[in-house]
Ligand binder design. Structure first.
Ligand code: ATP
Ligand code: MG
Length: 559
C-alpha cells in the first residue's frame, strides 16, 4: 500500500452527507489543485485515556474527509508529554477506531518518532536568531508576558547570540540543568495581542522516562512547536482540530514558515458536548477511580468502549457524527439525537424477542383451543431474516402493568371482561382473577380466541410462554440527572449523578434467548433494545439495555 492508496476499511455510508465548511474547503482545495489534489489528514489522540464520543466526532471527520477524497488518514499518538502515556490506552484507542470501521493502514505514528528532527529544527531556529534559551522562573515569565492589551516585557536573554544559545540548548539536552531551570523560547513578538505569540516556550526540561524514547531525552518539545512539525513531516494537508486551538494557529503557521516545512494547514471546528454526560478525560477518569462507574467500559460512560458494551452499533455512532454536522460554533447536542440514531440503526438490525420484566401469570381456561407454538418475524424491517417459532400454551406470563383489576379511565389493556391481542398468537379475554392471600392478583384467568376470529381490541400486549427462562437485565439510564452536569464550576459534577442510572432486574425471556452470544442485539418488544453483555456466561446471558423504545426518559416500561 502506498500513500496514495485510499485508507482501507472504508466505513459504509450510514447517513446522507451534509455539506459543511470543511467539506467545502477540501473540495475547493482539490479544485484548485492544492498539494496536487492530495488529501492527508490525521487523528492525534493523547494516549492518556479512552476515546469518547467527542473523539469519534473528530476522527469520523478526519478519516471521513480522507476516505471521501481518495486520501489517507494517519493515526498518531500524541506522546510529547512523557509522564502521561499508557500502553493500555494506546491499544484501546486503536481498537475503538477499528470498531467504528476506520483503518489507518501503515500510517501509525508516534509524535516521539520525531524528537530528533524537532531538536534539529530547534537548533536551526537558534542559528537563525529565532529562538533563545531563557532562564526566567515560571513566575517571572508570566509577569513578563503581560496582558493582551499591553505589550509584554522582553526577557533579559532575548538578544543573546546564536552561539551562546546553541551551547546552552546543548547543555539543556545533556541534562546539566534541573526541571524548569531553563526553557527554549521562539523569538516572535512580545507586543502581539495574541499571548501565544509572545516568545512562547517551545522546549522545556523534564527529567522523565518516556514510554518510547526511554531516557534518551530530558528536554521535550511543547505541543505548539511539536504539532505543526509532526503534521508537516507526515505531509498532512488538512490538520483538523477543535476550536480551542484557533488562537494557537498563528504559532502553528509561524513554525511551519520559519522551519521551512511542508505547508500543512490547520482548520478548527466545534467540539461535541452532549447533554446528561461529561466528556473531559479527567472527569471520566475520576468516575472510574472513585468506582462510581464500573470501569471505562461501563455502559453508562460516553466512551466508545462503554457504548459498545451497552450494545450501540458502530453505524449508529457514524450516523450521529454525520447528523450533528460540523460548525465553528460551540453548542450543546441533546443526547436524544444520539438515542434516535441508535434506535434507527437497531430497528433495522436487531432481532425481535419478547421479554417480561414484571411477570403476572395467565391461565387459559380453554386449553384445547391453544396452539403449542406461534410464529413471528425475526425482524419485520428485514424480511430476509425470516421467521421465528415461539412456544405457546395454556399458561403464559404477561407484564403486570398490562392488567388492571379496576381499570382507570382510558385503560385499553387487559381487565375483567375485556380482551386484548396477544402478540403473534390470538386474543385473550379476561374471565377472572386468582387472588393471593394478601389480596393481590396472583393470576389472570382468560379465554383464548384464535387470530381468525377478528375480535375488536384496542391494545396488543406481549407475553412469554410458561417455558420462559429468567435472565438478568441491566436497565441503564442516563448517568447524570441534569442536562449539563459540569456547567457550574463551583459544584462537583458528581453530585449530579443519576441514582437510578442502573437498575438490575430479572426478566422472563423466550427460551431461545438463552443462546444469545455476547454482543447480540435484540428488541424486546414494547420494552427497548438490549444486547447480551460481553461477560455473559454461555447459556446465561445478561442483557444490557441499550436504549428504550422511544424518547421516554423515565417513562418506559421498566424505566
Ligand atoms: P482532554 O479531555 O484532556 O481535554 P482531549 O479530549 O483534547 O483531552 P486528545 O486525546 O488530545 O484529548 O484528543 C484528540 C483529538 O480529539 C483532538 O484533536 C481533540 O481536538 C479531539 N477532541 C477531543 N474532545 C473532543 C470533543 N468533545 N469533540 C470533538 N473533538 C474532540
Ligand atoms: Mg488534547
Amino acid at each position: 500500500m502506498n500513500e496514495n492508496t485510499p485508507t482501507a476499511g472504508a466505513a459504509p455510508e450510514t447517513a446522507p452527507r451534509n455539506m459543511h465548511f470543511i467539506r467545502e474547503m477540501i473540495a475547493e482545495d482539490i479544485r484548485a489543485g492544492r498539494n496536487g489534489g492530495k488529501v492527508v489528514t490525521r487523528f492525534p489522540p493523547e494516549p492518556n485515556g479512552y476515546l469518547h464520543i467527542g473523539h469519534a466526532k473528530a476522527f469520523c471527520l478526519d478519516f471521513g474527509m480522507a476516505l471521501e477524497n481518495g486520501g489517507v488518514c494517519h493515526l498518531r499518538m500524541d506522546d510529547t508529554n512523557p509522564v502521561r502515556e499508557d500502553i493500555e490506552y494506546t491499544e484501546a484507542i486503536q481498537k475503538d477506531i477499528r470498531w467504528l470501521g476506520f483503518d489507518w493502514g501503515p500510517h501509525f505514528y508516534h509524535a516521539s518518532d520525531y524528537f530528533g528532527k524537532m531538536y534539529d529544527l530547534a537548533c536551526q531556529l537558534i542559528r537563525d536568531g529565532k529562538a533563545y534559551v531563557c532562564s526566567l522562573t515560571a513566575e517571572q515569565w508570566k509577569e513578563h508576558r503581560g496582558i493582551p492589551t499591553e505589550p509584554g516585557k522582553p526577557s533579559p536573554w532575548r538578544d543573546t547570540s546564536p552561539e551562546e544559545n546553541l551551547a546552552l540548548f546543548e547543555r539543556m539536552r545533556a541534562g546539566e540543568f534541573a526541571d524548569g531551570e531553563k526553557v527554549l523560547r521562539a523569538k516572535i513578538d512580545m507586543a502581539s495581542p495574541n499571548l501565544h505569540m509572545r516568545d512562547p516556550v517551545i522546549y522545556r526540561i523534564l527529567h522523565a522516562t518516556h514510554p518510547h524514547t526511554g531516557d534518551a531525552w530530558c528536554i521535550y518539545p511543547m505541543y505548539d512547536f511539536a504539532h505543526p512539525i509532526e503534521d508537516a513531516l507526515e505531509g498532512v494537508t488538512h490538520s483538523l482540530c477543535t476550536l480551542e486551538f484557533e488562537v494557537h494557529r498563528p504559532l502553528y503557521d509561524w513554525v511551519i514558515r520559519n522551519c521551512h516545512l511542508f505547508p500543512s494547514r490547520q482548520t478548527e471546528f466545534a467540539r461535541l458536548s452532549l447533554t446528561y454526560t461529561v466528556m473531559s478525560k479527567r472527569k471520566l477518569l475520576e468516575l472510574v477511580q472513585t468506582k462510581l462507574v464500573n470501569g471505562w467500559d461501563d455502559p453508562r460512560m460516553p466512551t466508545l468502549c462503554g457504548l459498545r458494551r451497552r450494545g450501540v452499533p458502530p453505524e449508529a455512532i457514524r450516523a450521529f457524527c454525520e447528523t450533528i454536522g460540523i460548525t465553528k460554533y460551540d453548542s450543546l447536542t441533546d443526547v436524544a439525537v444520539l438515542e434516535h440514531c441508535i434506535r434507527d440503526a437497531l430497528n433495522k438490525t436487531a432481532r425481535r424477542a419478547m421479554a417480561v420484566l414484571d411477570p403476572l401469570k395467565v391461565v387459559i381456561e380453554n386449553p384445547a383451543d391453544v396452539p403449542a407454538t406461534v410464529r413471528g418475524p425475526v425482524n419485520p424491517e428485514d424480511p430476509a431474516a425470516g421467521e421465528r417459532e415461539i412456544p405457546f400454551g395454556p399458561e403464559l406470563w404477561i407484564e403486570r402493568e398490562d392488567f388492571a383489576e379496576v381499570p382507570p379511565p382510558k385503560y385499553f389493556r387487559l381487565s375483567p371482561g375485556k380482551a386484548v391481542r396477544l402478540r403473534y398468537a390470538g386474543f385473550l379475554e379476561c374471565t377472572g382473577v386468582d387472588k393471593a392471600p394478601d389480596g393481590t392478583v396472583a393470576a389472570v384467568r382468560g379465554r383464548f380466541i384464535p387470530m381468525t376470529e377478528k375480535v375488536k381490541v384496542k391494545a396488543t400486549i406481549h407475553w412469554v410462554p410458561a417455558s420462559a427462562r429468567p435472565v438478568e437485565v441491566r436497565l441503564y439510564d442516563r448517568l447524570f440527572d441534569v442536562p449539563e452536569p459540569d456547567a457550574d464550576k463551583d459544584v462537583d459534577f458528581k453530585t449530579h449523578l443519576n441514582p437510578d442510572s442502573l437498575k438490575t432486574a430479572t426478566a422472563l425471556v423466550e427460551p431461545s434467548l438463552l443462546e444469545a452470544a455476547p454482543g447480540d442485539a435484540y428488541q424486546f418488544e414494547r420494552i427497548g433494545y438490549f444486547a447480551a453483555d460481553p461477560d455473559s456466561k454461555p447459556g446465561a446471558p445478561v442483557f444490557n439495555r441499550t436504549v428504550t423504545l422511544k424518547d421516554s426518559w423515565k417513562g418506559a416500561v421498566g424505566a
